[in-house]
Write a protein that binds this ligand. Sequence first.
Ligand SMILES: Cc1cc2nc3c(=O)[nH]c(=O)nc-3n(C[C@H](O)[C@H](O)[C@H](O)COP(=O)(O)OP(=O)(O)OC[C@H]3O[C@@H](n4cnc5c(N)ncnc54)[C@H](O)[C@@H]3O)c2cc1C
Length: 292
Amino acid sequence: MYNFENCSVQFNVQMKEYTTFKTGGAAKVIIEPETPIAVAQVLRALKERGESYYVLGNGSNLLVADEGIDIPIIHIGKKLSEVRVDGESVICQAGALLSGAATAAYKSSLTGLEFAHGIPGSVGGGVCMNAGAYGGELKDVIDWIDYASPSGEVCRMDCDTANLSYRHSFFSDKDYVVTAACFKLKAGNIDEILGKMKLLGEKRRDKQPLEYPSAGSTFKRPAGGFAAALIEEAGLKGTCCGDAVVSEKHSGFIVNKGNATTGDILNLMETVKEKVYKKSGIMLEPEVKFWK
Ligand SMILES: Cc1cc2nc3c(=O)[nH]c(=O)nc-3n(C[C@H](O)[C@H](O)[C@H](O)COP(=O)(O)OP(=O)(O)OC[C@H]3O[C@@H](n4cnc5c(N)ncnc54)[C@H](O)[C@@H]3O)c2cc1C
């Protein structure tokens, strides 16, 4: 039933192994296409059968239900992860990691992707989320995006059409799957590029609890404020539910200090939302996606 051409298929897969939070139950099936056309063919076949699907990148912004999920997962991963440089463009398949794209840019003395080096997502997940850090966001550097549609085609759109905004894009609420993206960069100085990547890496290591599993910032930045500051002001640093803890180092992060479940993390998120709302009148919105 899930045998598709140019795809590998796994059944009963523990999602702990596929999420940076290291939580979640078993997925019934994970389909990993090896070509962009194979992605489109899977989408079309599932659509024809009336089946919905989830799209998985590097799992760095995801919470999966402890009970597991029956909806098929299409994984855009290592099998679609080529990166090549053409003049001032870095062209990446969607399963390539953002760190790999930034490294390829650096090696070709191209500047503009340094901010993305420390974001642990895939190119596809990064485009979908319009990933950003330290004043940069993918929207600033994307030239075009290739995507597979449920009608079985692979098409190209330019950056403006993809409607990228803060942690949101055309792909956030559609059944389309990013298969590649082209980053348009500028010629730069290789030492300066490396220096910037190193500096941003140090900043992350100083400020973020990278020693524990997490999904980065749990909540989106609310208008006119910062989630981490609001959480700290509500006295929530160190608050826990089981092994899910509001990080002492960076209160914008919930971390898994051992055997946290997705349920623990969701409960803690509710507590944080309630207490922040009581203290500030601001309702935080999750940045992390929840699959059930
Ligand atoms: C330690 C840490 C630090 C982080 N720092 C940052 C940061 O500085 N800035 C930032 O923006 N984020 C940050 N994140 C969050 C995360 O890395 C980003 O949101 C990233 O863009 C998610 O990419 P992913 O491939 O892991 O996507 P996933 O977590 O696999 O999926 C996230 C969403 O993207 C969709 N998606 C994935 N691949 C595709 C595709 N090919 N086509 C269409 N939709 C797709 C999924 O369906 C889902 O809705 C951090 C996370 C961690 C763990």
